[in-house]
Structure formats: structure tokens, C-alpha cells
Design a protein. Structure first.
Length: 255
């Protein structure tokens, strides 16, 4: 039984396994993110993090001036890492770019994210990446939504804080306002007589309103004489009617 044996053989010999991990670590330090099988990613994580720790300690000694006399770089640390990372450019990248960034991080330099199974053999895939070189806005997912009516593209932020969403919305509205202003300026520049046409239309509308108001004011004046004539026509008949009872009353009195 394999008691106290934590080494994952990955179906390879010792030399083949060492070469595999060295190549994977080299690609990880160069590209900061690689896709491989889940078993290889789990085997690569401790191997790569030990090399990063070695480079970080060497960088601290170089920064604090703890090297022997007439030494500018930590040759011991660099030669140790060069045993596994055979490309000089990647070793320099590890000591000069990666180590200064992770100098305050006490381990946990890498992250493994599981992916779907690989087509063909169904192997479980994963992404292994350096934590400090991941997406700058962790936790935010932008969902693209296209509207069929206006044919405009909008973005929604999921998992962001309210302040960040408000900033995104404010920026979107500002961009829309600027775009509308530019379109209006372009339209005005392309049609120099547009302002004159608008002024003429407004003038014609004002004249039509004034004529309508004048017609409305004349209508009551025309109706007033008609009412007076109707009252004059009605008044004689009223007088005759009123006079008839008075004559009959007089005759009754005489009788």
C-alpha cells in the first residue's frame, strides 16, 4: 500500500514527470495562465509555488542588500530556479516581475478553476493561473444584452457593488449624451438653412394663431345686432298684448 506517498505519478516515469512539471511551470510563469487537466494542475501547484517562494526570498535579499560583497543578484536562488526553468528569459521574468508583486503575499500564489470535461476522452480540465495576474475586477460579470427593436447594446453588471453599478450607469448616460450632441452638431453643420426654416415655420404658426383669435373676437360683435333686432321685433307685439287688457278694463269701468 502507498502509505505516506503523496507524489502523483501521472502515469509517467520520474524523469518524464520532472520534465512535464518544468515545462508547465515555464509556461505558467510566461503566460500567467494555462489550461491543462485537473490532475496536472494539482501536481503543478506546489511545484510552481515553491519556485515562486524561492524567487521571492532571493528578491528580498537583493532588495535589502543581504548579499555577499560585489554581488548584485542572488546567484544561489537564481541557479536553483534555473535547474527547473531552463529558459533564461523566464527566470528573469520570475525574479524581476513576479517576485516584486507577490513579495507581501504569504503563499497561495496560484488558483485552480475547474472547467468542463474535454471532448474525446472526457478528461477533467482546469485553469491554473497566478492570483495577482487575474482579472482586475474579480467578481464582476458583464452580460451582453441586445435589444431587437432599437438595435442597441446594453451591459449589465452582476455581482458588483451599488457604487460601481452607479458609476457604470452614469458613464453610459454621459456617453449617450455626448453622442446625441455630436449628432445634432453634425446635422446642423450639414443643413445650414435648417434654422431659417424652423424660424419661418414658427412665424407662420404665430400668424395663424393671431388670425384665429381675431375671428373669435369678431363673432360676439356680429351676434349682438342680431339679438337687438330680435328684441325690437318682439317688443311691439308685447305692447299690443299689454294694451288690449287695458282697453277692456276701461270699457268695464265705463259700463
Amino acid at each position: 500500500m502507498r502509505h505516506r506517498k503523496k507524489t502523483k505519478k501521472l502515469g509517467r516515469t520520474a524523469s518524464h514527470r520532472k520534465a512535464l512539471l518544468s515545462n508547465l511551470a515555464t509556461e505558467l510563469f510566461e503566460h500567467k495562465r494555462i489550461v491543462t487537466t485537473l490532475a496536472k494542475a494539482k501536481a503543478l501547484r506546489p511545484f510552481a509555488e515553491r519556485l515562486i517562494t524561492k524567487a521571492k526570498k532571493g528578491y528580498i535579499r537583493e532588495r535589502d542588500g543581504l548579499l555577499p560583497e560585489n554581488h548584485k543578484v542572488d546567484l544561489v536562488a537564481r541557479r536553483y530556479v534555473a535547474r527547473f526553468i531552463r529558459r533564461k528569459a523566464v527566470v528573469q521574468e520570475l525574479f524581476e516581475s513576479i517576485a516584486p508583486v507577490v513579495v507581501d503575499r504569504p503563499g497561495g500564489y496560484t488558483r485552480i478553476v475547474k472547467l468542463s470535461r474535454r471532448r474525446g476522452d472526457g478528461a477533467r480540465m482546469a485553469v491554473i493561473e497566478l492570483v495577482d495576474w487575474s482579472a482586475p475586477q474579480d467578481g464582476q460579470i458583464y452580460l451582453r444584452r441586445q435589444t431587437t427593436v432599437t438595435e442597441e447594446t446594453e451591459f449589465e453588471v452582476v455581482g458588483a457593488e451599488p457604487e460601481e453599478t452607479a458609476e457604470v450607469e452614469a458613464e453610459a448616460t454621459r456617453e449617450e449624451g455626448e453622442a446625441a450632441q455630436e449628432e445634432s452638431q453634425q446635422a446642423a453643420a450639414s443643413e445650414p438653412g435648417a434654422e431659417a426654416a424652423e424660424a419661418a415655420v414658427a412665424e407662420s404658426e404665430a400668424t395663424e394663431e393671431s388670425t384665429q383669435q381675431a375671428e373669435v373676437a369678431e363673432q360676439p360683435q356680429a351676434s349682438a345686432p342680431a339679438e337687438e333686432s330680435a328684441t325690437t321685433e318682439a317688443s311691439p307685439s308685447g305692447e299690443s298684448d299689454a294694451s288690449e287688457p287695458s282697453e277692456s278694463d276701461a270699457k268695464d269701468k265705463e259700463g
